[in-house]
Design a protein around this ligand. Structure first.
Ligand SMILES: [Zn+2]
Ligand SMILES: [Zn+2]
Length: 282
């Protein structure tokens, strides 16, 4: 494998995460032999995007803090120069119908950003925009009756992922762009009505030409292993094999929200990239 790289991590600017300084995370990455470490914080959201002020305060930093985050990331990058490459990034939310907000937010920072992970965390649901990854009960309340069936929720999710790829395609190619945890819709699968695996596979397969045309990779996000209701990585091994065959970039992502999570399940990723990559049946 070319580069030992953790491409999806959080910082103290995440209010559902941990107040630890990034040095604690990066020191652990160095101890584990990582060569590149991407800071990819959640960006601010439009005012009242979710109709729940308490939840909103946890989901994203206020807009006035984005310059502070960018300055902090630059300091961490400089501090570690020569020891590990710290890359400055964001985990952008795909905001259906509101990509102009994201474009305005990003405009002053495009020169400084090295990585952008684009994730779908929100879908229209009961009462407005809702989180797909908050809790199983919240998911069921937000989406099951709103869409009528779990299969329709899954379809709405993958429609949004298609929108996320199209939006990511408009970002400068000088920034490494990848789709975050593409199977996040499966986070609570074991606590929800059964999902149609064949349908999900078909929707994922259909994304490949779109990703390829736009030069966008995947965040091979292992946080799903840490969720009891998920128990799997957010990119299945068969999809990794297909991406490798198509020349799409696959970047490991711990999605660390605390220092101890840096490098989690790296061994699984390494194995899947080498041995598993030859076997598309998984
Ligand atoms: Zn987070
Ligand atoms: Zn995420």
């Amino acid at each position: 494998m070319a580069l030992k790289w953790d491409g999806h991590t959080h910082t103290k600017f995440c209010y559902h995460g941990n107040p630890a300084e990034s040095g604690e995370y990066v020191d652990r990455a160095i101890a584990l032999g990582f060569e590149r470490y991407t800071l990819s914080e959640h960006p601010p959201l439009p005012d009242r995007y979710i109709d729940d002020p308490k939840l909103m305060a946890e989901l994203a930093m206020p807009e006035r803090e984005l310059p502070d985050y960018m300055a902090y990331a630059a300091v961490v990058k400089a501090q570690y120069e020569g020891r590990i490459e710290v890359a400055v990034g964001l985990e952008m939310d795909y905001l259906p119908g509101m990509t102009d907000y994201s474009d305005r937010l990003l405009a002053p920072w495009l020169e400084k950003l090295e990585d952008i992970v684009v994730s779908v965390h929100y879908l229209p649901g009961k009462g407005g925009m809702r989180c797909i990854d908050f809790t199983p009960d919240d998911f069921a309340d937000a989406f099951l009756s709103h869409y009528g069936s779990i299969d329709s929720v899954v379809d709405a999710y993958f429609d949004a992922v298609e929108g996320a790829i199209d939006w990511a395609a408009t970002l400068p190619r000088s920034i490494r762009r990848r789709i975050g945890h593409i199977n996040l819709i499966r986070k609570f699968q074991q606590a929800l009505p059964p999902m149609n695996d064949a349908r999900i596979r078909a929707r994922l397969e259909a994304l490949l030409p779109r990703l390829k045309a736009a030069g966008i990779g995947l965040d091979v996000n292992v946080a799903g292993f840490r969720k009891p209701t998920c128990g799997e990585a957010y990119v299945p091994e068969w999809l990794m094999a297909r991406c490798l065959a198509e020349g799409l970039e696959l970047v490991y992502g711990s999605d660390a929200h605390k220092p101890a999570e840096v490098g989690a399940d790296w061994e699984w990723f390494e194995r899947a990239m080498t041995s598993g990559a030859g076997d598309e049946s998984k």
